[in-house]
Design a protein around this ligand. Sequence first.
Ligand SMILES: [Zn+2]
Length: 420
Amino acid sequence: MRCIRANWAQRQAEESYGIPEAELTPWRDWSLPSLRRQWNQVKREIAPWWAENSKEAYSSGLACAARAFDSYAASRRGQRKGARVGRPRIKRKHRGVRSCRFNTGTIRVEVDRHHVTLPRLGTIRTHESTCKLERRLASGRARILSATVRQESDGRWFAAFQVEARREPGKPSRPRVAAGMDLGVRYLAVVADARGQVRYVENPRHLGRALGKLRRVNRQLARRQGPAVYDPATGRVTRRAPSRGWQEAAKTAGRAHAGVRHLRTDTIHKLTTSIAAGYGQVVIEDLNVAGMLRHGRLARYIADASFGQIRRQLAYKTTWHGSQLLLASRWYPSSKTCSGCGAVKAKLPLSARVFTCATCGLVLDRDRNAATNLAALAAAVGAPEWPGPGREGALNMPAEPIVRPAAMTPAPPEQAGRRR
Ligand SMILES: [Zn+2]
């Protein structure tokens, strides 16, 4: 309820001053303080129920609106990387994500490790134990910055805490060993270290497994009375109250999607942690994931394997564990080079699963060959100076590097998800 109302509040605040780009009158200030001021002026009139909810419900909606306007403006000015950002839209009451972020007030993780206290919501029992977070908070190694309450598509509520945590500098279990990691669809990852050990990580294909079920439930949804009625004569869509059967099928679909998401998150986190904590240097290809996702046939498999997420997690986890992430240029022919003699093939079709070298006669699994080549690239950068985080070690880089350290992105604040 709170979160739907946050959406309403956002919508009403937007309406009360108009979408800036569309106006010809002088630009309005869309910073958070200004939006808040305007909201406070009009809330008695347009939302007489405002006092029923935490002020953070409105505030987090306004903060998102302010950010959306910022991103849109920056994108229009060409100062924003990535795809173009559209004009901020007003969210529908039933379709938005139900979430609310608490920045102020009583935000506490209770000592019994099974309750959290949030402003206005009071003390809530959590399904999962909060012991890892509570232990850090109690010993003063972490400080809560904010808490976000959110409803997943399977209907469960989660509370996530953004904390500032002090980390002991970690040390990978094999600091002097470099590993190459070849991401793929047949195997999620093939990891080869410089000492010749190879690890094949199965691709669990969580989405692929759930597709049959999703197909069934989507068919059901289509046959039941949903909230939208399309009139083919006028092309208009009108709204109506969905039937109970439709709502039930929608819940099943939401659960299936959430299940896939949770399984995938778990697999990727376990993989990246074991790699980042295991080797001193990790070499991956600097893949053009956005480009690969435009591939008609493979896009679904690539999205299901979440290559981009693997790289993002490796980037911050290597800083936690004191290892180093290296990116091989996307033009480096990791698959076409022979890991035995270094001969480069002109062409290697995707269907050729086994690499056969015409020069030295080496016969090797394609992915293993690529991973071994990537691992060998780490030598070009040099071993990180140990002890100490490898990223800051002096790197002797050629002008056009084949392999380069991953750009230093600020490590995200540690998050702990807790369900209630
Ligand atoms: Zn060869």
